[in-house]
Write a protein that binds this ligand. Structure first.
Ligand code: H2B
Length: 93
């Protein structure tokens, strides 16, 4: 899959609330009620990511979850990252 240009990424991001283009990836931070809610969301995302064979780079501290989506194989952001971002928004949003 081919990496999108910065212009394409910025354009497509208009349809995504709460996501930005940061350090070469689609990036967001979610805040949950507590750790249990955050980890539950991570579990649900993990199963969808596995189905898609596309995996987030993320970090969790207590109730916050920071996510970076990029495609290592393409060395950039691809449609697949947007696909996973959409799934994450549908699961959590
Ligand atoms: N996830 C992400 N985020 N980027 C990739 O380039 C990637 C992946 N490659 N998951 C996939 C797995 C690839 O290694 C396998 C073979 O599908």
């Amino acid at each position: 899959m081919k990496a999108l240009s910065e212009k394409q990424i910025i354009e497509k991001l208009k349809e995504f609330e709460g996501w930005d283009y940061y350090e070469g990836a689609l990036h967001t931070i979610f805040e949950f009620e507590d750790f249990k809610e955050a980890f539950s969301a991570m579990t649900r995302i993990a199963f969808e990511a596995e189905k898609l064979q596309h995996h987030p780079e993320w970090s969790n501290v207590y109730n916050s979850l920071e996510i970076y989506l990029s495609t290592h194989d393409a060395d950039g952001v691809t449609e697949k990252d947007f696909e996973l971002a959409k799934i994450i928004d549908e699961l959590i949003g």
